[in-house]
Each structure stands twice: as C-alpha cells, then as structure tokens.
Ligand binder design. Structure first.
Ligand code: FAD
Length: 445
C-alpha cells in the first residue's frame, strides 16, 4: 500500500518505521521544519520520560540500542519537601525498573533517520495538511514557506497530527462522532536548572525531581549535559498574577530557587503551555483513514504516558495490519477495538496522578502506602505489582492494570482489617495466601 502519514511526532515517525518493515510505501507530511536542520535554539525541545511501552516499540523497530546512549536513566523520584530534604523514592521494586529521560528532538531525529534509511519512506517537511478527502484517502497540503498547494492520494491516510488533529476534524466531519475535549485549569511553563559552573549537575541527576504542592507543582527531568528541565505547573490565571517569580519561589520552593539562576528571565520569556485531554470516536473511516497517538487520545502528562501510549498504538496498529493484510478496514476496526478501552483508562489514571503529585505526595500516609506496595512487590514477585509498576514498567494493557490494582487494594484493605482484629502476625500468612490468588497480568504481545 501507499500510506500517507500526517505528522512527524513520536507516533508518525515510529509508524513509518513499522510500515516500511511491512513493505509499504510511506510518505510523511509534517508542517514543521526538519528537526535535523535546526540549531538548538530554534527547535525548542522538551524532554520526555520513556518507559516500558515506548521501549518495547522502539526495540521492535530496532532503534532502542541506538537511542539508549541519548537518554538519562531516572531510577526514582526525588521528592522535595517544604522543610528541606528530598527523599528518594525508587520507581520499581527491582533493578531495571527505571524510566529514561530523552529530549523530544533527539528522539524524533533518531526516528526520522531510522525511517528514512528504509526503502520506500520519504519525509516532506514544511507541509501542512489543510484538507482531506476521506473517501479518496487524499490530503490537501500547503507548503509553509512558498504557500504552494498540492494534493496527494494514497491507499490510506494516518492522522498522527497531535491533539488538535486536522485529519480527525476532516475525517469525522458530518459523522455520528463522539468528541470530548477538556482543558485542565492548570497550565505549564518550562524553566531550566542549568549545569553548575564546574560542569557538574546542581542536583541528583538520575531522578525525576518533584516539588509537590496544592497550588503549584514542579517536575524536572534530567538531560545528558547535566542540566535538568523543570516544568512549573500552576492554575493558568496564576502565571499572570505572579509579578515577582523569585519571591514566589523563595516562599514556595526555596531549594528550587537555588537551582534556577535564570528564573526571572525564563519566567518572563517562556510561554504558558496548555494541557488538554481528548477522548473521541471513531478512530477510523472505511479502511481509508485512521488516527494514532494524541490525535485520538490526548491525556494530561502526569503519568508520563502520552508519548509511550502513542508509541504503543503503533505496535498495536502494525499488528492489526499484519493480521488483516488485505483488509485495512478490518485492521483499523480491530485496532480501535483493542486499544480504545485502554487509552480511556489511561485518561482516568493520568487525571488521578495529577491529584497524587499535587496533593498526596507529601502525605506520610501516602508515602507509607507506597513503601508497603514496593515491599509486597519484593515479597511476592510477579504476584503483587503496584499500579505504577504495571503502567510504567510493563506492557500490561492499562485497563487490565487498573482492574488488577483494584483487586490488590481490596485485598490490602481486608488484610489491614484482619491485622486490626487479630494482630499483624496473623495477617501476614493471610496476605501471602491471598496474593497467590491474584492472577498474573498479561502483557500486550
Ligand atoms: P505530537 O507529538 O503532537 O506530534 C504531532 C505532529 O504533527 C507534530 O510534529 C506537529 O507539528 C504535526 N502536525 C500537527 N498538525 C499538522 C498539520 N495540519 N499538518 C502537518 N503536520 C501537523 N509523554 C510521555 O510519554 N512521557 C512524558 O514524560 C511526557 N511529558 C510531557 C510533558 C508535557 C508538558 C506535555 C505537554 C506532554 C508530555 N507528554 C509525555 C505527552 C507527549 O508529548 C505526547 O503524548 C506525544 O508527543 C504525542 O505524540 P504524537 O506523535 O501523537 O503527537
């Protein structure tokens, strides 16, 4: 088939690799410039946490070994407390359960290079989709510099053009389509923790740093050059109200202020980003058009799964196309059937994790609960898995992970009740017996 992909983000570029592997001819149209031609200042690059689902997909297409040296491992969270101190909370119960921080630009560049090296894949940068003929699988494009218009037809069009997908808008136009779009009342601004004068990192590098707070929250990912990129989350209207960011930080995040010498300048210059969640249906149209990634399920970024789930979409769509090589309509329908229940759950989990990061992370009860979860995971390997482990360190489908976590929670509550009545010693064997009864979670193939 000749497949037209719109959008060269993580999803579009990875899908190009998968499709080329099946012998399809692929043309990718992207409105932005080729990231390989931009210097660092021109291509604003955020960093993203890569976890098991993304790693599996990148391994499938043979890219992970090349990409790994471009990432920084994050072994857990460093939680900065208001009174000082930053206790470290490991991500997993086992060695290897870690996340990898990668610059979006590095990831996309590696994917574009990798896809282009395969026969039949061509990237067309600076081409913006402005229209779609869904029955003819034809896209109408405008060149961003010259304004030249063109139309390209394929056998199928894949919309990988992000949360505000134009492919989705044109594909669903006039159909009985469901669409739920919701902006979080909070937005974000990026702030850097630069390298120290001697070139070292100003704070522990191999961790995701979190400054929790009810009305303001900071998360920082490490970079390979020993800097970290912080993201300040605030209710959107607060950004404008804060006229003295250093004073605000001194009061709310004093230890972060010490790490951010360019705070005032960056606060004034960096734009406020907005966070949107999207649930929509259908994801496809008559074997001619399908959506992947944020185009069909954008989530708030607090579980670090938006990109990972977009990459996992490609794994699932590729498998469906392999199962129905002559029938893209059946492949697309199967893909939505397999995938949507899980990305709907991811939406729910991402909302919950916002509340966890903002309100619960500092609570001693919550920290104790996290420790108990990790202890149980060590005591009953494979039988007890914290939900964070299932979501971030396995490819257990999201809805299965949530269902299993709920069973574990019910169990724990039962054991706590037993301990209250009969004492802890009586509760431990009960827990062991019950944990054996929690079935193994299945991973996506
Ligand atoms: P996008 O990345 O949005 O790519 C879409 C592409 O389509 C873009 O290149 C765009 O230029 C192009 N495009 C759009 N319209 C057109 C058009 N009309 N014509 C041609 N091209 C077009 N996810 C994680 O997994 N881990 C994280 O740690 C993480 N952190 C995040 C932090 C923040 C602050 C935010 C906002 C998001 C974060 N995410 C994270 C989510 C992640 O960035 C997205 O889920 C991911 O980028 C989705 O990939 P995509 O390819 O579907 O869409």
């Amino acid at each position: 088939m000749r497949i037209v992909i719109v959008g060269a983000g993580p999803a579009g570029t990875l899908l190009a690799c998968y499709l080329a592997g099946r012998g399809h001819r692929v043309d990718v149209y992207e409105r932005r410039a080729d990231p390989r031609l931009l210097d660092e200042d021109e291509s604003r690059s955020i960093n993203l946490g890569l976890s098991a689902r993304g790693i599996k997909a990148l391994t499938d297409v043979g890219l992970m070994d090349r990409l790994r040296p471009l990432t920084v491992p994050m072994r857990g969270r460093a939680i900065h407390l208001p009174g000082g101190g930053a206790p470290f909370q490991p991500y997993g119960a086992h060695e290897g359960e870690i996340l990898h921080s990668v610059l979006r630009r590095d990831l996309i560049t590696a994917l574009v290079d990798h896809a282009e090296a395969r026969p039949g894949v061509t990237f067309h940068f600076r081409h913006r989709l402005v229209g779609l003929d869904r029955d003819a699988a034809a896209v109408h494009l405008v060149h961003e510099e010259t304004g030249e218009r063109s139309t390209v037809a394929g056998d199928a069009v894949i919309g990988a053009d992000g949360a505000f997908s134009q492919v989705r808008a044109h594909m669903q136009h006039g159909l009985r389509a469901d669409h739920h779009q919701e902006f979080l009342p909070w937005g974000y601004k990026e702030l850097t923790i630069p390298v120290a004068d001697d070139g070292s990192a100003r704070t522990r590098l191999e961790a995701l740093h979190v400054w929790p707070g009810e009305n303001a929250l900071i998360v920082a990912h490490p970079n390979r050059d020993n800097s970290l990129t912080g993201t300040l989350f605030l209710p959107v209207e607060r950004f404008g109200e804060i006229t003295d960011p250093e004073g605000f930080f001194r009061e709310r995040f004093p230890d972060a202020l010490d790490l951010m010498p360019h705070l005032a300048k960056e606060y004034a210059e960096h734009p406020v980003g907005h966070l949107v969640s999207i649930r929509t249906s259908p994801w496809h149209y008559r074997g001619r058009v399908a959506l992947i990634g944020d185009a069909c399920h954008a989530v708030y970024p607090f579980y670090g799964q938006g990109m990972n789930s977009a990459l996992e979409d490609c794994t699932v769509l590729d498998r469906c196309l392999g199962d129905h090589p002559e029938n893209p309509a059946a492949a697309f329908a199967e893909y939505q059937r397999l995938r949507k229940p899980h990305t709907d759950v991811l939406d729910e989990l991402s909302r919950q994790n916002f509340v966890e990061l903002r309100d619960r992370l500092r609570s001693p009860l919550h920290l104790a609960r996290k420790k108990a979860d990790l202890l149980l995971a060590r005591l009953f390997p494979g039988r007890w898995m914290p939900i964070y482990t299932m979501v971030s360190h396995t490819t257990v489908p999201y809805a299965d992970a949530l269902a299993r976590a709920r069973r574990q929670d019910a169990l724990l509550r039962g054991v706590a009740a037993a301990a209250a009545v009969a004492g802890l010693a009586a509760a431990v064997p009960l827990l062991a017996r019950l944990a054996r009864g929690v079935p193994h979670a299945r991973a996506f193939r």
